[in-house]
Design a protein. Structure first.
Length: 432
């Protein structure tokens, strides 16, 4: 009965209802689109870090290897025996592990026979390269970080184990232009030179097969991706820098890392496990998302403040206009709490109707914006990416709850404090 009466009261002053509803609707649209954009960015950066940057959901280093490997690689590498010990500890998580991989990192010089420039290399096992580049998550969220021919890298390695992938900018520094597959055979052959893990100079021949992007503008001048075995030959080792664990259920990352580190500590095993979103593992992901979350918090505060002020203004004007009506309700036995709840119901109806319309309009905007394929170059990102929006059901539900709570609480408090006048004063008031 009261809900029906509250709904009908919305149309008593259509202009004010429309103005207040527009404010609520604009808030829904703004937060839905902002949340959708942040969701798309987060999923893209997450996929890039886990799969394309070859970090895995969980990364395992020799103890203190994350911090000290660059200075003493021979002391902090994961030997084959170390890798076997880690695999033993991973058996109890086998149901949730998609696959595990190994990676080796290092630096050196790449030479075309005339000119040499520095590179920063990552060597990854073939299984990880194959599954990462073609993973559905990458295809859905991180396709902007894939070059046209990067998907051919695994095929190139199978044909020639000495194949490498370098960034377009690193190729330009040694006078090699993309697409690399069109280069003459003699121009594809390069030499990689560097200090091995024991301090001796070593060099290997390599074949430029495809190009890729690191996703980071800072690394684009030196990015080199190679087969794991090729870098092992270059750095004269049979070990790895770190191991990657790829999970089926991402929600169990934190629990797995905590349990692994506890196991390593209790059994005195010299290993450390890190989640992919650790600042030392994925600084680009952590920094970018930290900025976006701070920005989102600021806009949520502004939007919620504007909506609350609109509700306060609308209810205050409504109470002034309906003073005698409120006095009549009081006179026939309605308590102030009941009247406050009735007027709160009006605000909640307005919130629901405005929210539904706002979500529909947000969905239309998402379809239009994504269809226009707008690209831009974010700071620190090597290539232009598509400006993508999304409607996420969980975020919509959360935003709806926030608005209902905000509108309901604001409405009830405003009406509660405004209805403390005596019944006689209410009935005798001439209204606004």
């Amino acid at each position: 009965m009261m809900w029906t009466m509250a709904f009908r009261n919305l149309f008593r002053n259509k202009r004010r209802t429309a103005a207040t509803g527009a404010a609520v609707m604009a808030g829904f649209i703004g937060l839905t689109l902002l949340g959708g954009y942040i969701y798309c960015v987060e999923r893209g950066l997450r996929a890039n870090s886990i799969y394309l940057m070859n970090k895995g959901h969980v990364t395992i280093f020799k103890k203190e290897g994350l911090q000290r490997y660059a200075t003493k690689p021979s002391l902090y590498e994961l030997t084959p025996a170390d890798q076997n010990l880690v695999q033993e500890q991973l058996k109890k998580y086998s149901e949730n592990i998609d696959w595990t991989g190994t990676a080796l990192t290092g630096s050196g010089l790449i030479s075309n026979g005339v000119k040499s420039v520095p590179f920063m290399a990552v060597g990854v096992d073939l299984q990880t390269l194959d599954k990462s580049l073609t993973h559905p998550t990458v295809q859905e969220w991180a396709k902007d970080f894939l070059t046209q021919d990067s998907l051919n890298f695994v095929k190139a390695i199978k044909e020639n184990p000495d194949s490498i992938s370098i960034t377009a900018r690193l190729g330009a520094l040694i006078s090699r232009q993309i697409p690399f597959e069109n280069l003459p055979a003699e121009q594809k052959t390069v030499q990689l030179a560097g200090m091995n893990l024991y301090g001796d100079l070593n060099a290997v021949d390599a074949n430029i097969a495809v190009s890729h992007t690191t996703g980071s503008d800072m690394m684009e001048d030196a990015g080199l991706l190679a087969p794991f075995e090729l870098l092992q030959n270059l750095y004269s080792t049979d070990g790895a820098h770190y191991m990657m664990i790829y999970l089926k259920d991402e929600s169990k990352i934190t629990k797995m890392v905590s349990e692994l580190n506890e196991t390593f500590k209790n059994q005195s095993l010299p290993f450390d496990a890190y989640p992919f979103d650790d600042p030392g593992i994925s600084p680009n992901y952590v920094g970018s998302m930290g900025f976006l979350y701070a920005m989102a918090g600021f806009f949520v505060f502004l939007i919620c403040g504007a909506v609350a002020l609109s509700i306060v203004n609308s209810l205050t004007m409504g109470i002034l206009e309906r003073t005698r009506e409120i006095g009549t309700f009081r006179a026939i036995g309605y308590m102030p709490k009941q009247i406050s709840w009735m007027m709160t119901q009006e605000a909640l109806w307005l919130c629901v109707l405005s929210g539904v319309l706002g979500i529909v309009l947000a969905a239309i905007i998402v379809v239009i914006v994504n269809g226009l394929y707008i690209t831009f170059s974010p700071p620190g990102v090597a290539a232009a990416v598509q400006f993508t929006l999304s409607i996420n059901g969980t975020l919509v539900a959360l935003i709806s709850c926030i608005f209902l709570l905000l509108v309901g609480t604001t409405s009830y408090l405003v009406t509660h404090f405004k209805l403390k006048m005596k019944i006689v004063d209410l009935l005798s008031d001439s209204g606004a």
